[in-house]
Design a protein around this ligand. Structure first.
Ligand code: ADP
Ligand code: MN
Length: 521
């Protein structure tokens, strides 16, 4: 081997040339083992040098890619994106070297920033994802995107801006976000004129790192908490955008993890924002000091059995069939927003809508100092308060039906909060109009829950479920037992459906006082 490896092999000893099998062919081997070794050494040295020059790039590349420990290989898309990202990063590293070479020690430098490849992907953007807010005003979009000034200062005389300027620094921080781990979604903020304060940037950076560690831990355990699942990178990105845009000050933590949603508490930001009411023009609004963020889960399983609520709701009927499952989930958020708005307009105590963004609904927080108001089922009320709560609930159910033209459809002590000495209604994503094919059945179920709760709670005046149903709906179903009552309700629903089939419109008999109110949505 040693002899064969020598590139400049001189002719061997005399006995070798006389060898009956001929002389070994040594010319095809071009370098010695020692050379190979030294070339490796050179590569290593070069790598080391690069490491020293561009530590952040190398650190990122070595992190999730090379070790391959934290990668979720179950997703081809993810894999492709990661490969692309790796390629882009290499490209960018090269670009940085060029940039450095050109600029040298010069005080004025040329930035290649705009030629860089790494833009966090947003697979959503390829789809026709325009929600109701996008079409009017996007609070996250900067008016004039500008590039990050790389030199120490810009401007002249009094208008000079140094790199320590808050605005400049903020933009730079935004640009630096892309140095976070590749799976950390920083959004398209880089292309915008976003300004991150050092404090926010550092917090975000810290979060990116701890997120990386946490992600690794979770993969080891091969399990995810329910909250973790709901807050996928895309959702997180949307939440960060809300914080960056100043809509929210901080997101403090999770209040509730349910089957269909996760609710977070947040402190409201101090920007004035525009709302788009369904019927009126835009209106200036101040963000409530404390907000609840309801994130509708993007895992579909739980929603399947609730299809009937939305599929049969004529307001959403036409759209339903054309939508992909992700959009259907957004529709839940949208539905909750519309329903809350109706309730708000009727003066029913309920969360005030702040913002809807895709499957995320931000509303005012019912509670104080991060502590949510207790559910009616968890609070111990004096008999006086209990009675008060009952009459208020009766009143709200009537208002909801008559003024909002809605049936809650999930009303119980679980979705009523006790705050400021009164009952607040929440969780109205599934609420439907009374003429919904199952609307009256839903109402009857609501009445049963409410009647039972207050009767058990010792309110002697509380109507039973059938009386309550008639009191709320204005109908006069006379059956004196549950089974017959239920049958009459179903007969009414069927009559209405048949009428719709034959005449293309709903009967108005459900509404005690003529036509139901019209909401032009
Ligand atoms: P789910 O469909 O998961 O039941 P909810 O809308 O009922 O969703 O919210 C879940 C829980 O989160 C509620 O029981 C309540 O404790 C809390 N919550 C929801 N919205 C608010 C709000 N606006 N203010 C305070 N707490 C809220
Ligand atoms: Mn609920």
């Amino acid at each position: 081997g040693v002899a064969a490896a020598a590139p400049d092999a001189r002719p061997g000893p005399a006995w070798q040339s006389k060898c009956p099998w001929g002389a070994p062919n040594t010319t095809s081997i071009s370098c010695s083992l020692a050379d190979v070794m030294s070339e490796q050494l050179a590569k290593e040295l070069q790598l080391e040098e690069e490491n020293a020059a561009f530590p952040e790039v190398v650190a990122v590349a070595e992190g999730p890619f090379i070790t391959g420990e934290n990668i979720d290989t179950s997703s081809d898309l993810m894999l492709a994106q990661m490969l692309q990202m790796e390629f882009d990063r290499e490209y960018d590293a090269q670009l940085r070297r060029e940039e450095k070479k050109i600029n040298g020690d010069s005080k004025v430098s040329i930035s290649f920033e705009n030629y860089r490849k790494v833009h966090p992907y947003d697979s959503d953007s390829s789809e026709d994802e325009v929600d109701w807010q996008d079409t009017r005003h996007d609070p996250y979009r900067a008016d004039k995107p500008t590039t990050t000034p790389r030199r120490g200062f810009i401007g002249k005389g009094k208008d000079i801006t140094t790199k320590h300027d808050e605005v400049v620094c903020g933009r730079k921080n935004t640009a630096r976000m892309e140095n976070f781990a590749p799976e950390f979604q920083v959004g398209d903020g880089i292309g915008m004129d976003l300004k991150l304060s050092n404090q926010v940037f550092n917090a975000l950076k810290q979060h990116a790192y701890s997120e990386e560690r946490r992600s690794a831990r979770l993969h080891e355990k091969k399990e995810h908490s329910t909250a973790e699942k709901a807050v996928d990178p895309k959702t997180r990105l949307l939440l960060y955008k809300m914080v960056n845009a100043g809509m929210l000050e901080t997101i403090t933590g999770c209040i509730s993890t349910g089957k269909e949603s996760v609710v977070f508490h947040a402190y409201g930001g101090n920007v004035i924002y525009l709302t788009f009411c369904m019927r009126s023009a835009t209106e200036d609004k101040v963000i409530p000091p404390e907000c609840a963020i309801k994130v509708f889960k993007t895992t579909l399983n739980e929603f399947k059995n609730r299809d009937k609520y939305i599929k049969d709701d004529y307001r959403f009927k036409d759209r339903f069939s054309k939508l992909n499952p992700r959009k259907i989930i957004r529709m839940w958020a949208e539905k909750e927003m519309h329903n809350l708005t109706r309730m708000q307009n009727a003066g029913i105590p309920c969360p005030q809508v702040v913002l809807l963004k895709k499957h995320i609904l931000v509303m005012s927080f019912i509670g104080k100092d991060q502590i949510p108001a207790p559910k009616l089922k968890d609070v111990t009320l004096s008999s006086e308060d209990m009675k008060k709560a009952y009459y208020q609930t009766l009143n709200m159910m009537q208002q909801l039906y008559k003024e909002c033209n809605l049936v809650h459809a999930d009303l119980s002590e679980y979705n009523m909060l006790w705050h400021d000495g009164k009952v607040w209604l929440i969780d109205v994503s599934q609420s439907v109009e009374p003429t919904h094919p199952h609307g009256l059945e839903f109402l009857f179920r609501d009445c049963r829950n409410v009647a039972q709760f207050f009767q058990k709670g010792g309110v002697a005046e509380a109507l039973n479920e059938r009386e309550l149903f008639n009191a709320v709906s204005g109908l006069n179903i006379t059956a004196d037992n549950e089974v017959d009552f239920q049958a009459e309700i179903e007969a009414l629903e069927k009559m209405n459906e048949d009428h719709v089939q034959n005449h293309g419109k709903k009967l108005s008999t459900f509404s005690s006082d003529g036509d139901p109110p019209i909401f032009d949505e």
